[in-house]
Design a protein around this ligand. Structure first.
Ligand code: NAD
Ligand code: WQD
Length: 357
């Protein structure tokens, strides 16, 4: 790689962002990361996740605590650094919270994106990779899901922010040929860096299956509630396409490679494994690799949940030359390594003496 020298990573202290920064540094890119710590541990002194990234790679990350809603702050970063390309992870992503606080989600995710695009244009930076989501597809009309599956029939506000941004990007790229944007629709990211040094440590309440299951395995939660056992699936539980976060990271490097060498205008790719896994199957693998027993409680279906969804990742394979490498066993093993090495997540500030403990 690359013609690109410096990449701005928004939401770089978060789960997927921090893992992606590892790969970006390892292919020789310089990384400027920003985060407002809405859902990540850290403060003015920086991000413990990114400090661990530096430990893993032996390279430095330039970090700013900055908010995309503060446009002058973002503009300042572009004057300090010559940014060649942006990977835009920063967003709020909790589905339940988005239903209760729609304005917060529309403001943060849509206005944050608008501010970013305007600052980029003002600084002659037209290259972007955007974090979209399989959630834009809504209830699948067919499986596996290809990129041209209809979008927009979404049942939650968070998902609609992703859909609206995708529509906005279409208008932008149609109006101005200079833009060169790749939108990546992630399926269900899980796992952690194999070192166990970085992983998922949200500051907001989480409800996703794997982190919840790990809390049960650690004894921090008594039981895993399984939402629905009467779906039309092999064992009655919901089916998803779980993808290792390091496979997602390499998908971003592949997307940058394409932007580096081609003017794609606007392209969209699924990032998934192409394999559907039921809740019960994931629990079985997790129990096996972690040698723990997860108590289960079967309850009604969760409102708004879909039955089954998995990707057709063949377009990304053909055009990005990207495919997944990690198995479901590795996803569970790596997530568990992170959890057991860091049962309380990243080191938090000790409020009494202000020293990292
Ligand atoms: P995350 O919450 O761990 O990371 C997002 C980061 O963005 C957080 O650290 C948060 O503090 C930061 N942020 C939010 N609003 C900001 C703002 N206004 N200014 C600056 N920083 C801000 O989430 P993640 O799982 O790493 O997700 C990254 C991206 O991928 C998000 O856009 C998310 O919607 C998308 N995505 C995630 C999943 C998933 O299941 N994890 C699936 C599909 C798509
Ligand atoms: C997975 C499966 C649940 C928790 C969410 C967002 C989506 C995208 C990915 C960002 C389902 C079941 C879960 C539990 C359970 N994110 N489950 N008990 O719902 O596929 O998607 O993350 O873009 O937008 O909605 O992920 O991990 O919540 O659920 O039985 O305690 O596990 O019903 O079948 P989901 P999930």
């Amino acid at each position: 790689m690359p013609r690109f020298k410096t990449v701005l990573v928004t939401g770089g202290a978060g789960y997927i962002g921090s893992h992606c920064v590892v790969d970006l540094l390892q292919v020789g890119l310089e990384v400027v990361a920003i985060d407002n710590f809405a859902n990540a541990v850290g403060d003015e002194e920086g991000s413990p996740a990114l400090r661990r990234v530096e430990e893993i790679t032996g390279k430095c990350v330039t970090f700013y605590k900055a908010d995309l809603l503060n446009k002058p702050q973002i503009a300042q970063i572009f004057t300090k650094h010559k940014i060649d390309c942006v990977i835009h992870f920063a967003a709020l992503k909790a589905v339940g919270e988005s239903m209760q606080q729609p304005l917060l989600y529309y403001q943060n995710n849509l206005l944050g994106m608008l501010n970013l695009l305007e600052v980029m244009r003002a600084n002659n930076c037209y290259q972007m990779v955007f974090s979209s989501s399989c959630t834009v597809y809504g209830e699948p009309e067919y499986l596996p899901i290809t990129e041209n599956h209809p979008t927009g029939k979404i049942t939650n506000v968070y998902g609609r922010t992703k859909y609206f941004i995708e529509e906005m990007l279409k208008d932008l790229c149609a109006a101005d040929m200079k833009w060169n944007i790749i939108s990546l629709r992630y399926f269900n990211p899980v796992g952690a860096h194999p070192s166990g040094l970085i992983g998922e440590d949200p500051t907001k309440e989480f409800t996703n299956l794997m982190p919840f299951m790990a809390q049960v395995a650690l004894g921090k939660k008594p039981v895993l509630t399984v939402f629905g056992s009467d779906y039309n699936t092999p064992d009655g539980t919901g089916v998803r396409d779980y993808i290792h976060v390091m496979d997602l990271a390499s998908g971003h490097v592949a997307a940058l490679n394409l932007l580096n060498t081609n003017h794609v205008k606007l392209k969209t790719y699924n990032l998934g494994t192409g394999k559907g896994v039921t809740v019960k199957q994931l629990v079985d693998v997790f129990e096996k690799v972690t040698k723990t027993k997860i108590p289960l409680k079967y309850v009604e279906r969760r409102l708004g949940d879909i039955t089954a969804m998995w990707a057709d990742p063949s377009l990304a394979k053909r055009e990005l030359n990207w495919s997944t490498r990690y198995t479901v066993e590795q996803m569970c093993t790596d997530f568990w390594r992170w959890q057991t090495m860091n049962p309380d997540g990243y080191p938090k500030k000790n409020k009494t003496n202000g020293v990292l403990n």
